[in-house]
Write a protein that binds this ligand. Structure first.
Ligand SMILES: Cc1cc2nc3c(=O)[nH]c(=O)nc-3n(C[C@H](O)[C@H](O)[C@H](O)COP(=O)(O)O)c2cc1C
Length: 216
């Protein structure tokens, strides 16, 4: 059963204020592949280091797969009840796509072939030589950005999410046969809330901000 598409496009203010981590989902609510593609298309507009877009996604909707994932993800019930679990994966060798990415830019008329060549040369000078640890760090930063954008894009369409770091990454990679080249970033449950999320609070701004200095 596919529910009608939620015709919700919230304004930015509402999106960032009404997004809360939802852990109780309506298990009967299905989100179509088309809507998930729309959410992912919005998410991948996120910025990334040298525009290398190291993010990869696994959309998990198969119920038996979700059941296998459940114990790997600390038995968090949202794995089963949410319409989809989206695994955000980071590619440590994303620089290998540099030709393709800037080729698309040239074809789209937003980059000259000369700039493309310069970008490719610079990227290939840096990324293969910084080491896998640094590339992992970059993939995690970029993966965090795309994850946030995904959650806001979902909220803008009236859906709810929760980011999940509470899972066994080794077992997760085994389940999906993910090679050493990739790192897990986080899992995101996506669906329709069954009950309202509990409100959360933030530290006062002055506790987390300093101006022109850093207070250790
Ligand atoms: C990287 C990351 C990992 C998280 N892991 C979990 C998790 O495994 N399970 C869970 O229930 N919530 C998880 N959360 C949700 C946080 O608990 C939640 O964002 C925080 O309490 C603030 O609440 P809010 O999102 O409703 O504003 C995670 C959030 C982030 C950003």
């Amino acid at each position: 059963m596919t529910n009608t598409v939620l015709q919700v496009e919230k304004d930015f203010n509402a999106v960032i204020r009404e997004r809360h981590s939802v852990r109780k989902y309506d298990p009967s609510w299905k989100i179509s592949q088309e809507e998930i593609n729309e959410i992912l298309s919005d998410a991948i507009l996120a910025p990334s280091s040298s525009n290398l877009q190291p993010w990869r996604f696994i959309v998990i909707q198969d119920q038996s797969l979700k059941e296998q994932l459940l114990p790997i993800a600390n038995n968090q019930q949202q794995i089963i009840d949410a319409s989809a679990v989206i695994a955000v994966i980071g590619d440590l060798d994303a620089y290998e796509n540099v030709e393709k990415i800037h080729g698309i830019a040239v074809d789209a008329g937003v980059m000259t072939p000369e700039i493309k060549d310069m970008m490719v040369t610079n990227t290939m000078k840096v990324y293969p030589n910084v080491g896998a640890e640094k590339r992992k760090e970059i993939a995690l930063v970029d993966g965090g950005l795309v994850s946030m954008q995904l959650m806001l894009a979902a909220k803008a369409k009236g859906y709810d999410t929760v980011a999940m770091g509470g899972y066994n990454a080794v077992q997760f990679k085994e389940l999906f046969n993910i090679s050493e080249r990739y790192t897990t970033v986080m899992l995101i449950a996506l669906g329709k809330a069954a009950t309202e999320a509990r409100p959360s609070v933030r530290l006062p701004l002055e506790d987390v901000t300093s101006w022109n200095e850093f207070k250790n």
